[in-house]
Ligand binder design. Structure first.
Ligand code: NAD
Length: 293
């Protein structure tokens, strides 16, 4: 099978959706970016423009490249803009029910040969693919955050994913300037299977009073040369996403070592989701982040 990808759809104008749209437009593809939240749609283009502006300041791209990329992106708040897309990448909230409803609705507008990818951090590609009318044309495409900066894209085949689908998406990842790594369809794949239990353990370390937020982050930065401490990283990922991934690991692998820390649960219940809500393990309302514990 050959498929000439010209226009890529992206579902979700959150931090990942915007990053994926930016990278696809920057690589010369037309992009349609969609979210049910009108406010998120309104903020998307200015936010991508700001991000591209930083690349212009660093002389990584020209001002003209930035303007061309921005012109390639259209936005909307329903599925109609996806009908002429050859590939749609779903990057909405990490919630299986939300994703299943999106996928079923998406299939009603797509051409028969269009492919669908999910940027899920943890949910079974086989299960999500089974909710579509095209499990053979469904694949996991897990970008890293922040998308414009991180080189890796994990590629995950569901049990029904066709070899052609996998090959086309793999070639696309390379056209986007990223490096694909294959991961099998097990809960949270490779990166998050390893990273999220570490973050959860950092929250337990805080919960048990072994160290303060600052002590834990400083210890891991200075002691292991991680560029960000685990709690700082959790705030960056989004605490709701971190908790959702821990639930998928706990439910999917049935091992108590993946039990989400009650403190992580409490932060999410409070709406303290990290950077995106202005408060998590740090408070971001001032000039500098201030630890909340
Ligand atoms: P986010 O909370 O920043 O954004 C999610 C967006 O999805 C929101 O704007 C929300 O309005 C939108 N949305 C919710 N329901 C929708 C619907 N029915 N239709 C269209 N849009 C809808 O989340 P994010 O961090 O961008 O994560 C998005 C996806 O990417 C998740 O699956 C997450 O697991 C995955 N991911 C996240 C990271 C990370 O570090 N945050 C990294 C890799 C992958």
């Amino acid at each position: 099978m050959t498929l000439d990808i010209k226009k890529i759809g992206v579902i979700g104008c959150g931090q990942m959706g915007k990053g994926i749209a930016q990278v696809c437009a920057g690589a010369g593809f037309d992009v349609h970016l969609m979210d049910v939240n009108e406010n998120a749609v309104k903020k998307a283009i200015p936010s991508i423009e700001k991000s591209l502006g930083r690349l212009v300041d660093k002389e990584k791209i020209s001002g003209a490249d930035k303007d061309t990329a921005i012109k390639r992106i259209s936005t909307g708040s329903d599925m109609s803009g996806f009908k002429d897309c050859q590939l749609v990448i779903e990057a909405a909230t990490e919630d299986e029910q939300v994703k299943k409803v999106i996928l079923q609705e998406l299939c009603t507008v797509l051409e028969d040969d269009a492919l669908i990818a999910s940027n899920t951090s943890s949910i079974s590609i086989t299960r999500l693919g089974a909710k579509t009318d095209r499990p053979g044309k469904f694949v996991g495409m897990h970008f890293m955050n922040p998308v414009p900066r991180m080189e890796l894209v994990e590629l995950i085949r569901g049990i029904a994913t066709d070899e052609d689908t996998y090959r086309i998406v793999r070639e696309l990842v390379e056209k986007l300037g990223k490096i694909p790594v294959n991961a099998e369809d097990f809960p949270a794949f490779i990166v998050n299977r390893i990273l999220l239990p570490m973050i959860n353990e950092a929250v337990y370390t805080l919960y048990e009073g072994v160290g303060s937020v600052k002590a834990i982050d400083s210890a891991m930065k200075l002691g292991t040369h991680h560029p960000m401490g685990p709690l700082e990283l959790a705030d960056f990922i989004g605490l709701d996403t971190c908790l959702a991934v821990m639930h998928v690991l706990h439910d999917g692998l049935a091992d108590t070592k993946y039990r989400p820390c009650p403190l992580l649960v409490k932060y999410v219940e409070a709406g303290w989701l990290g950077r995106k809500s202005g408060k998590g393990f740090y408070d971001y309302s001032g000039d500098e982040p201030v630890p909340t514990r």
